[in-house]
Design a protein around this ligand. Sequence first.
Ligand SMILES: *[C@@H]1O[C@H](CO)[C@@H](O)[C@H](O)[C@H]1NC(C)=O
Ligand SMILES: *[C@@H]1O[C@H](CO)[C@@H](O)[C@H](O)[C@H]1NC(C)=O
Ligand SMILES: *[C@@H]1O[C@H](CO)[C@@H](O)[C@H](O)[C@H]1NC(C)=O
Ligand SMILES: *[C@@H]1O[C@H](CO)[C@@H](O)[C@H](O)[C@H]1NC(C)=O
Ligand SMILES: *[C@@H]1O[C@H](CO)[C@@H](O)[C@H](O)[C@H]1NC(C)=O
Length: 439
Amino acid sequence: MASSSFQCLILLCSLAFFFFATPSLAKTSFKPKALVLPVTKDPSTRQYLTTINQRTPLVPAKLTIDLGGQSLWVDCEGGYVSSTYKPAHCGSSQCKLAGSKACTTECYSSPKPGCYNNTCNISPDNPLATILTGNGQLGQDVVSLQSTDGSNPGLVVSTPNILFSCGDTSLLANLSAGVKGMAGLGRPKVGLPSQFAYAFSFNRKFAICLTSSTKSQGVIFFGDSPYVFLPGVDVLKSLMFTKLILNPVSTAGGYFAGDASSEYFIGVKSIKVNEKVVPFNTTLLAIDQEGYGGTRISTLKPYTVLETSIYKAVVNAFVKSLAHIPRLKSVAPFGACYNSKRIGSTRVGPSVPAIDLVLSKGVYWRVFGANSMVKVGKDVLCLAFVDGGVRPRTSIVIGGHQIEDNLLQFDLTNKRLGFSSSLLFRQTNCTNFNFTSTS
Ligand SMILES: *[C@@H]1O[C@H](CO)[C@@H](O)[C@H](O)[C@H]1NC(C)=O
Ligand SMILES: *[C@@H]1O[C@H](CO)[C@@H](O)[C@H](O)[C@H]1NC(C)=O
Ligand SMILES: *[C@@H]1O[C@H](CO)[C@@H](O)[C@H](O)[C@H]1NC(C)=O
Ligand SMILES: *[C@@H]1O[C@H](CO)[C@@H](O)[C@H](O)[C@H]1NC(C)=O
Ligand SMILES: *[C@@H]1O[C@H](CO)[C@@H](O)[C@H](O)[C@H]1NC(C)=O
């Protein structure tokens, strides 16, 4: 059923021709291989933000990036004006593709985006808000982005039918100032990576490179291209790979029984500090029948969150291997802090024991000082991991600080994650994609 509706959308998309956002550029049809979006980091919320041009006429919508979010959703209550908006009627192929299980038969207001009769709903999930008021009508509209050859942005391309959830303003709770929704990069077919892939017929593949700077932008790539960072480093050539794992039980705030998680899980087998295995109960690293446990990656957690017993074991091992340096009083929420003047510095950050996430024999993700330590005050550096309590839904949630200046490639077709470890090692970083346009 899902696959037949899915084919309908492919047909719809291939019937729609590509046109350029700037009419003066609209000469020939151009088929991009890949697309790019800039990413900034909000200094007060530590959220990673992007801007997507949507609607007719185009409006830049500032969005919080949710790596595991099921779809794009935007605030439609706060004034959504577009001549190309189309509601998705209940029972349509669009509703099936989005996995919608709810229908609004009558909406008591004048018709407008977010309020049409006979329109299906998908919940706009904001994992940063505690109160879920979530209802949103499924709609489609034009989205316009820059294409890329992997080195620079190229022509601007548009696609007419990107599905998204049209939600209420209250759903913006706890998001950065000026943000109008969330860009869900999750696994579902309605997730942006899959939709862009169908719309532009490229592979279901995307890569994120989050900046550690609140002043310069990082980048997200969709599709197939090299990942070139100044001074000419192609990160694609040096990725290591591990399997992406599906958690069969949804990890979203609201979901239906039987829904799988839209998040990206990986199979961490053990953790090493200074090349020594940290002892803890590794059963926690597996996903159990109720969907508890395992390791996922999140752009919404500023620091990696570890289940209590893992957290204690990692902090202990780290403190032991840095025993020659006196500890300072802990600064909440962190457990191990040091005077930065007592710690040397390297190309990959403070000179501290490496932390390895071991994935399989000989394959590990090494976390160097730039990603393991955070500066919390003048001369104070802390181990940037936090305690997630007992029996959290997921045992390890790898957060923003640990993935900054690393490139992560999510390949949905081949079900694998490509990871670079610190780009600082290669004398570049996520701010060095050359956003100067060639067209
Ligand atoms: C939905 O249908 C009802 C009954 O026909 C009508 O009163 C209402 O105005 C309609 N609402 C919208 C949003 O079209
Ligand atoms: C915003 O986040 C805080 C901290 O997690 C939480 O306590 C609060 O309830 C959230 N606000 C809303 C409106 O969800
Ligand atoms: C390890 O954790 C699992 C799941 O919480 C538990 O069932 C098991 O008894 C634990 N094993 C040990 C040796 O503590
Ligand atoms: C990233 O690279 C730029 C340009 O080389 C440099 O100015 C900046 O300090 C680097 N950032 C980090 C975190 O190393
Ligand atoms: C960035 O790309 C533009 C366009 O190709 C090029 O002119 C410029 O030299 C590049 N910048 C650097 C620092 O290489």
